[in-house]
Unconditional design. Structure first.
Length: 657
């Protein structure tokens, strides 16, 4: 992995934190950051204990940390435990303590629906809604430890549902509303959920997403006995015995609910994410450790204070929505904006209009969105007064320096610091990021690890790489919000994250550190692709394709895409007797949408009579990646079984272009 000329050039451009930002920031200089980092590294338990003590604990912990990173060769090795013996209720830390303070009438959630309807819920109101939902769920038979699937649009009830589950100790599994009925069913089955919370539909680009209809299909053959439905769109629906309206059971329920504290290591949620196999992994997070880091990073990275209006545009179906729409900001008593719909509905300036309307001060979004805004043109943000903004953030994929500069100038008015935050579903919270008042930023770099996070870049044997040597991104020490297991598959957990690099958590990303110790994330080194900030495994798309009766074999790769970061290219060998034509390509693309969701629709389907394989029959994806990105296969092809296959593939590609 060699350094490109552009990155050397951009590296020399550095933006110090603006002095008026630094003046009032929680961490106001690079020296302060470094001393905090060193202190956390020297005494991690004392450091994390101080931070955790900012949550509302009902029973203090006996031990801050128990155990170490699992030994990758022992499939039963347990994950470390945090704040052992302590008890707390996540919803109390996020709500009750604020509702009992001057924040009672402070806005917790400012909701803007796509059609333009709005609702503001204060901490007092949100607390009452969550108590009602907790009572209603209990009434519906949900007990501590039962898994609840949530498949909802971005409406306040989604946050209410999550917090109500947390309140009664029923772990939630939120499934992104863009996933298909099939993908939802897989997750419901894996989580063994008996109840699904959904809505009749949600608004997206002026259309209604038929959530209830998808749930109706998804629950067939599962253990689901109750479907709780919020009426959002007044759209036609089919009603079943298992269905219950939210407004009939939650709205009339009692707003009083005494929350029972849960063990620090009690499961707060599982969230499915893609790995290197066809089967998504249920990443499991626990209460005390997860909430500690969600709250800590919200406070430090976004420098949150009481007069901020914080808008993280992520859907609650992703981990970013869990940590930075719900748990992190609410634990800090902050005001969050929640928007239901598309960024270009009704026009390409919807986001800028929302920022102006509500006076958003901190804005957190994904590079894919930023690149789309760039393409739509500077005139859209220019129409709005964005002077309320004081801080910008980016997450989900590497941000190219050009998009970074555009974000800084056109949205941030050359005034707001940008925090490029690296983290994962597995890490629970932000791991590598500038502190906006302390860290000079370089466009395209996530800069330094946060205090408490022992991130490094290493070779396969675990030794650190030298400056600018590409290697694997790892974490060397436990941190409170690390995943505890993959639900139902502990062995896969140990192997995936601890079996690759000795004594380290292996993130799956490649990266390098420059001479200043700044991290530059280069992207996944496994078969995970990142399409428009959505994580997908090539195997997942392949298994969807081969489930189609006309497909004999399929291989899926990512190729660089200017807008989405990566685009999906599928190489398909049809079964004998089926014609490889445009109609089949269309059919297969729609088949993937049905199996997974629109986010996985292949950009291109390429037919091939055979796929390049090693002598042992393994598909050589590296070669396909090169073919898909239009470059000739340059690498080593000596292990290729049939040299002719590659030439024929490259030729068919060239002719079609
Ligand atoms: C990628 C999203 C570069 C990375 C929070 C990681 C990033 C995966 C960044 C996790 C960033 C996330 N710069 N790459 N700032 N943030 N990634 O689980 O490849 O949906 O492994 O979590 O996104 O995606 P996930």
């Amino acid at each position: 992995m060699s350094q490109s000329i552009e990155s050397v050039l951009t590296e020399t451009r550095s933006f110090p934190p603006p002095p008026d930002f630094a003046k009032d920031a929680r961490v106001g200089s690079f020296i302060d950051y470094e001393s905090l980092y060193d202190r956390a590294a020297r005494e991690p338990e004392t450091f994390w204990a101080e931070i955790a003590s900012e949550l509302a604990w009902a029973t203090p912990w006996k031990k801050v940390l128990e155990g170490k990173l699992p030994d990758g060769s022992n499939p039963e090795a347990p994950a470390p435990k945090w704040f052992v013996g302590g008890k707390l209720n996540a919803s109390v830390s996020c709500l009750d303590r604020h509702a009992a303070s001057w924040r009672k009438n402070k806005a917790a959630i400012i909701f803007e629906g796509e059609p333009g309807d709005t609702r503001v819920l204060t901490y007092g109101q949100l607390h009452r809604e969550v108590c009602k939902a907790a009572n209603a769920l209990t009434e519906l038979g949900v007990r501590e430890g039962d898994f609840v699937a949530i498949y909802m649009p971005m409406i306040p009830e989604a946050a209410v549902a999550m917090l109500a589950c947390a309140r009664i100790g029923a772990p939630h599994t939120v499934v992104f509303g863009g996933f298909s009925a099939e993908a939802l069913r897989d997750r419901i089955l894996d989580a063994k959920a008996k109840i699904v919370i959904t809505a009749d539909g949600g608004w997206r680009r002026g259309q209604i997403v038929p959530l209830k209809e998808n749930v109706d299909k998804a629950v067939i053959g599962t253990a689901v006995s109750t479907v709780l439905v919020v009426k959002r769109c007044d759209t036609p629906y089919t009603w079943h015995d298992r269905d219950v309206w939210w407004h009939e059971v939650v709205t009339p329920a009692s707003p009083k609910h005494v929350a029972k504290p849960h063990d620090s290591e009690h499961t707060l949620f599982t969230l499915y994410t893609s790995g290197t196999t066809g089967k998504p992994k249920g990443i499991l997070h626990t209460t005390g450790g997860y909430l500690t880091v969600a709250a800590y990073t919200s406070k430090l990275v976004f420098d949150l204070r009481d007069d901020d209006v914080f808008w993280c545009t992520a859907d609650i179906g992703w981990v970013t929505g869990h940590s930075y729409v719900v748990y992190g900001p609410l634990a800090n008593g902050a005001t969050v904006v929640m928007y239901e719909g598309a960024p270009n509905q009704p026009g390409p300036d919807r986001f800028w209009q929302i920022i102006e309307k509500w006076g958003v001060t901190v804005f957190y979004t994904a590079p894919t969105a930023i690149r789309a805004f760039m393409r739509w043109g500077d005139e859209w943000p220019a129409k709005h007064d964005l002077s309320s903004l004081r801080l910008l953030g980016s997450v989900g994929e590497p941000i190219n320096p050009e998009a970074w500069m555009w974000y800084r100038l056109q949205i941030g008015g050359d005034r707001c610091p940008i925090v490029d935050t690296w983290w994962q579903t597995e890490t629970g919270g932000i791991m590598i990021s500038p502190l906006p008042g302390a860290t000079p930023t370089k466009p395209g770099s996530a800069t330094r690890p946060l205090p408490g996070i022992a991130a490094d870049i290493v070779k396969k044997d675990g030794t650190s790489c030298g400056p600018n040597d590409g290697g694997f991104l790892v974490v060397r020490k436990p941190w409170p919000s690390m995943l505890r297991t993959i639900a139902g598959d502990h062995e896969r957990f140990v192997k995936t994250y601890f079996g690759e690099v000795a004594n380290c958590y292996f993130a799956g990303d490649g990266a390098r550190k420059d001479a200043d110790g700044y991290f530059w994330i280069m992207g996944r080194v496994d078969d995970v692709i990142n399409v428009a900030g959505h994580r997908l495994s090539t195997m997942e798309v392949e298994s969807a394709l081969v489930s189609h009766p006309k497909v004999a074999e399929a291989a899926v790769v990512g190729r660089p895409d200017e807008l989405k970061g990566q685009a999906i290219v599928a190489f398909v060998t049809p079964r004998m007797g089926f014609v490889a034509d445009d109609a089949l390509a269309r059919e297969l693309r729609e088949h993937v949408v049905k199996e997974i969701g629109a986010l996985a629709r292949p950009e291109e389907v390429r037919f091939a009579e055979a796929l390049p394989k090693t002598r042992s029959g393994k598909i050589m994806r590296r070669l396909l990646r090169e073919v898909a990105s239009g470059s000739a296969a340059r690498g080593d092809t000596t292990t290729l079984e049939d040299q002719g296959v590659l030439e024929r593939l490259a030729q068919s590609f060239a002719q079609d272009e």
